[in-house]
Design a protein around this ligand. Structure first.
Ligand code: 5GP
Ligand code: ZN
Length: 116
């Protein structure tokens, strides 16, 4: 093919072309463990639709982004984690390294605020 699924790392993970520690999948979203965990629980939730990042979200995506937040709590809760942090990085300057929107879900340890 000639779509983002040929070039985008997370599109390849969603398709199953690159293995990942999958935690959840439905028609809209995919959740998998971060390869470099920064907390005892650290996973990513991505929409199956390729969106470049938070700044690429359009009004038609609002329900999808809300579902990502709702499912973060569901998946963390199944892992016994009720206190967690959700992070979206937008732009290289704040740490975005993959340009397919993803929500970090981190939990299982205490965390400082504000972030560094
Ligand atoms: P960002 O820095 O863009 O906010 O987050 C990208 C995240 O993707 C990083 O935390 C990084 O560890 C994770 N990551 C990068 N490549 C892979 C991979 O091939 N598999 C998995 N499971 N996570 C990855
Ligand atoms: Zn993608």
């Amino acid at each position: 093919g000639t779509g983002m699924s040929d070039t985008c790392l997370f599109c390849k993970i969603i398709k199953g072309d690159i293995p990942s520690g999958k935690l959840y999948e439905d028609d809209d979203i995919f959740a998998f463990r971060d390869i470099a965990p920064q907390a005892p629980l650290h996973f990513l939730i991505v929409p199956k639709k390729h969106i470049s990042g938070p700044s690429g979200v359009t009004p038609g995506d609002e329900q999808l982004i809300g579902k990502m937040i709702r499912m973060a709590g569901e998946i963390a809760g199944k892992a016994g984690i009720g206190h967690y942090r959700l992070v979206f990085n937008n732009g290289e300057g704040v740490g975005q390294s993959v340009f397919h929107i993803h929500m970090h879900v981190l939990g299982g340890r205490s965390m400082g605020w504000p972030p560094g």
